[in-house]
Design a protein around this ligand. Structure first.
Ligand code: GLC
Length: 564
């Protein structure tokens, strides 16, 4: 391989910024992505078939290179292939963490794997192994739990379901992210318009290892093929430039043999006098592949220039390229570079939706119930429904759903809570209304969708609209149930007094019938994946759990009434 070809393999570029498809062959680009689950065909959402056609086009262009090395193509299918119209979208990881069930996580991830492959994509930037410790963090919902043992168990199950027992031609490449300590950044330590996300980890070596590094040991043992570095820093050192952590701990101590990819344009956040110095710092620290938006030529020139001027040892480049090509070879990409289209037809199938519906039900956590649940399946009574989440699929999905920041309304195919309730009560004598009075009131509402630092919160208040809507529904009914859509616990102390039962529904995804299944008798089995802080001004959840810091939590980690 020439130095230029080696440098090309070390680049992952965002499809929206590819200036000329011929660049893929000319520069020998190693990987692409549709970041943030944006970047579908021609920039729109697109069906699985349209995505597969798009990726196939890139693959053919890339394989016109001298060495015909196939592309890895990545997406953020963090709870289903959520950039593809009609794909099944599962509960976000915080909901899957509430199930504590590695087998269910594996079944869900195998469905996602098949819908990723059916969309032509062969790399999924999951699982996030973050261990959220302050639920004001905007990415809390991307983590399974505050307990590293649960994160490690479910993370390993996710890796094996996505890749298989080992990397092979049926694999989707998994990515353990964001290495390391992304869930531990201190409130207020982030720069610019961020509060927590991408901030500084200041927990000390022991907690960093025991809590935040531990899940990576299990992911490496599970054979994860790639790891994504974290934008954050540890004690002021940006992790993307931290050779001790990436090369010393991850590759040395843990023996990770796959490749390390940077986060999106994260290398440009490193200290240094321009891109060449930043790229050299990252590559020398152990970054093997640089994820970049616009300046992919600049990154390639920086790697070539760095080797030529001696700032990057060529053996470091050779090691990076060897790691990347070894993953491609073990995935059988050289033999089968384009996706197996027979999976395309199964995207969004009834069988896939059945798995998601079970995952939704099992993710529900019943915080309180004074006997109003289970709801009678039949009878002549009226349910009055209200709230901003009752009939808004976008709010039910949350972020990373048909767009990086999610959306509002019918952004894809799915069943809203209200649609599920109408299906569950059809022919039962139960009347479902959205106005006037009822025997039972059900409020469904919560957070609007967000992703990453857009979700960093100064406090955990439920918000005036939700408080008003819930009170409005409950005063029009004899009994009242609250169903909260949120990526994290919120301050609901007052609302618990106004309701007769309260469900933490998290961000359940497309299959709303999983919620009504639980309400009408199938029962609740979910347990809190994070402690539920008592006040809106919550501090790091670990302190709340321990009863220090912000005081005793309202509900402890692991709480959940079962089955009612
Ligand atoms: C984002 C996220 C990361 C994601 C990547 C590609 O900024 O930090 O989780 O996989 O970019 O979209």
């Amino acid at each position: 391989m020439t130095l230029g070809e080696k440098a090309g393999q070390m680049i992952q570029l965002q499809n929206a910024f590819l200036e000329d498809e011929q660049d893929l062959g000319r520069l020998g680009i190693g990987a692409m992505l549709s970041g943030g689950d944006d970047g579908g065909p021609m920039g729109k959402r697109g069906t699985a078939a349209e995505w597969a056609g798009m990726v196939e086009g890139y693959q053919r262009a890339a394989m016109r290179s001298r060495l015909r090395i196939p592309l890895l193509y990545g997406a953020d299918a963090v709870h289903g292939m959520s950039g593809v119209k009609g794909a099944v979208i599962f509960p976000h990881r915080i909901g899957m963490g509430a199930t504590r069930d590695a087998g269910l996580v594996a079944r869900a991830e195998r469905v996602t794997r098949d819908e990723v492959l059916g969309s032509g994509v062969n790399w999924n930037f999951t699982p996030c192994l973050c261990v959220p410790r302050d639920v004001r963090w905007g990415r809390t919902y991307e983590g399974y739990a505050q307990d590293p043992a649960v994160v490690g168990k479910l993370g390993a199950a996710s890796v094996k379901a996505t890749q298989g027992e080992r990397l092979w031609r049926g694999s989707v490449l998994a990515t353990a992210k964001h290495f390391v300590g992304d869930g531990a950044t201190a409130y207020g330590s982030a720069e610019g318009d961020k509060i927590i996300d991408q901030g500084d980890v200041r927990v000390g070596e022991k907690e960093l290892r025991d809590v935040h590094l531990a899940p990576y040991r299990e992911a490496v043992e599970a054979g994860v093929g790639s790891v994504m570095a974290s934008y954050s820093s540890v004690d002021g050192v940006k992790t993307h430039g931290d050779k001790k952590l990436i090369s010393g701990v991850l590759k040395g101590e843990l023996g990770f043999k796959g490749f390390v990819v940077s986060d999106y344009d994260a290398v440009q956040q490193l200290p240094g006098n321009g891109l060449p110095e930043q790229v050299a710092r990252a590559v020398n620290a152990g970054i093997d592949m640089v994820m970049v938006s616009k300046d992919y030529r600049g990154v390639r020139d920086a790697i070539v220039g760095g080797v030529k001027d001696g700032s990057i040892p060529e053996k470091r480049v050779d090691d990076a390229v060897r790691r990347i090509l070894s993953v491609k070879e073990r995935m059988g990409l050289f033999e089968q570079p384009v996706a197996d289209r027979k999976l395309t037809r199964a995207v969004g199938s009834a069988g896939h939706r059945k798995v998601a519906r079970e995952a939704v039900r099992r993710s529900q956590v019943l915080l309180e119930n004074d006997g109003v649940l289970p709801l009678k399946k039949r009878g002549s009574y009226r349910i009055v429904v209200g709230g901003n989440g009752a009939d808004d699929l976008g709010r039910q999905l949350g972020g990373w759903s048909m767009g990086w920041q999610g959306g509002k309304g019918d952004t894809t195919e799915g069943t809203t809570f209200l649609e599920a309730l109408r299906k569950a009560t059809r022919g039962t004598g139960i009347e479902v209304v959205t106005k006037g009075r009822g025997d039972v009131g059900i409020w469904v509402g919560g957070e609007k969708p967000y992703a990453e630092w857009f979700g960093d919160a100064k406090d955990l208040s439920l918000g005036a609209e939700n408080e008003r809507d819930l009170a409005g529904v409950c005063e029009r009914a004899e009994k009242c149930v609250g169903v909260l859509y949120s990526g994290r616990p919120l301050a609901v102390g007052e609302q618990l007094k106004q309701t007769d039962a309260f469900v933490a529904s998290w961000l359940p995804g497309t299959e709303g019938q999983g919620i009504t299944d639980a309400l009408f008798g199938a029962g609740f089995s979910g347990r809190l994946p994070v402690a539920w802080p008592r006040t809106a001004a919550a501090g790091p959840v670990a302190q709340a759990q321990a009863g220090t810091g912000e005081g005793e939590p309202l509900f402890k980690y692991g709480h959940g009434r079962q089955p009612y």
